[in-house]
Write a protein that binds this ligand. Structure first.
Ligand SMILES: N[C@@H](CCC(=O)N[C@@H](CS)C(=O)NCC(=O)O)C(=O)O
Length: 130
């Protein structure tokens, strides 16, 4: 995605189809921006404080103006809106955090990576008592 005319958040992986609605002074938005940063993603920030049109889009989509909200557009042009900072962060990790931890990484396969790897890490049972 070409960076919007608003504040881009950064550097590496272009997260096509994503846009974050919110503003940097909002602590919940900052939490999401931190995750975007730590995952090395490029997600445009559509500043709802500066642009009344962006705030309007949020209200139209969600029925209220609470931010952050992540706008997710897929390749077919379908749009979903994801509210709640914790859910947005979970979504970003599920989609972009391909880190495999030792023991999960299987050379030559995708096992332990991506969404399934993230789920496996999330639900990994505690180690047996010694
Ligand atoms: N539980 C929400 C809280 C978000 C929130 O409270 N956002 C504030 C800004 S920091 C907001 O948009 N307040 C105005 C409103 O709700 O209309 C989250 O974690 O994303």
């Amino acid at each position: 995605m070409a960076p919007d005319a608003d504040t881009g958040t950064g550097n590496a992986t272009e997260a096509a189809g994503l846009a974050l609605y919110g503003y940097p002074q909002c602590p919940f938005c900052r939490r999401v921006l931190g995750a975007v940063d730590s995952l090395g993603l490029e997600v445009p920030l559509r500043n709802t404080m500066q642009e009344a049109g962006y705030q309007r889009e949020v209200v139209e989509a969600m029925g209220r103006g609470t931010v952050p909200v992540l706008r997710i557009e897929n390749a077919a042009g379908d749009v979903e809106w994801l509210p709640e900072s914790a859910d947005i962060i979970r979504y970003l990790h599920a989609r972009f955090d391909g880190d495999a931890t030792p023991g999960e990484a299987v050379s030559g396969s995708n096992e332990g990576r991506g969404f399934m790897g993230w789920l496996a890490k999330l639900f990994r049972p505690p180690p047996p008592p010694s």
